[in-house]
Design a protein around this ligand. Structure first.
Ligand code: SF4
Ligand code: SF4
Length: 212
């Protein structure tokens, strides 16, 4: 059962009733989308920091990822209101969309620093319609079995999901490297008061891999 987005008209890039939705964006994707927002005169593209680290050596907050600020604007400004199509995809192509958008309806949940979980978002009607088929995924016992299934049935989405995992894994490696070089210090413990002060007064710096 190979997944095909059928353009069902469900606004999958918007918050629906009572739903908690997170659309994560890496800093380089935010920079790209901000340029597109200017070019397309989109005034409601807003993001908020989502994955942050305090660098106490330089008094800077390092930003590993953002998310769409859906509490302020409940849908992505690039989603066409008439048919819910993504204008980034329409105008620039699928591979210009952010990774989480390319991976959808595969979503990734971070359990801890080293454990991530894939799941299929039943908010997508296609998945809901075929839930009995996709429920078969629970019968797989090993990670390679699950991955082979996802690769076969969600080839584009699974590729993007893996790119997300790799991109997320780069962040702690980069932090460790910068610490070893003596360029930053990210403490294991950082109190709520220290966070409150840092968030209000420290500058921000995006964590972006070379060439991204
Ligand atoms: S909800 Fe699913 S089927 Fe509908 S437009 Fe979004 S990805 Fe496509
Ligand atoms: S960039 Fe496109 S696919 Fe991603 S949230 Fe916005 S409208 Fe949806």
């Amino acid at each position: 059962m190979r997944f095909e987005c059928n353009g069902c008209g469900t606004p999958c890039c918007a918050v629906r009733d009572g739903e908690e939705k997170k659309i994560m964006l890496f800093p380089e994707e935010v920079a790209f989308l901000e340029q597109q927002a200017i070019a397309l005169n989109k005034t409601k593209f807003a993001v908020i920091e989502d994955l942050i680290f305090p660098d106490t050596l330089n008094k800077i907050i390092l930003v590993g990822a953002y998310r769409l600020y859906l509490e302020r604007y409940p849908s992505c400004d690039f989603m066409r209101p008439d048919n819910h199509y993504c204008q980034i995809q329409e105008l620039l192509g699928l591979d210009q969309k952010p990774l989480v958008c390319r991976a959808y309806p595969i979503a990734i949940k971070t359990i801890d620093a080293t454990t991530k979980e894939y799941f299929l978002d039943t908010g997508c009607p296609y998945i809901e319609e075929h839930i009995a088929v996709y429920a078969g995924i629970k019968n797989f016992k090993t990670v390679p079995e699950i991955e082979a299934y996802l690769r076969e049935n969600f080839p584009v989405e699974f590729l993007a999901a893996n790119q997300i995992i790799n991109r997320l894994s780069w962040i702690p490696l980069r932090l460790r490297q910068l610490e070893q070089e003596g360029k930053i210090r990210v403490p294991d413990e950082f109190s709520a008061e220290a966070w409150s002060d840092a968030l209000a007064t420290w500058d921000r710096k995006d964590l972006i891999p070379d060439g991204a």
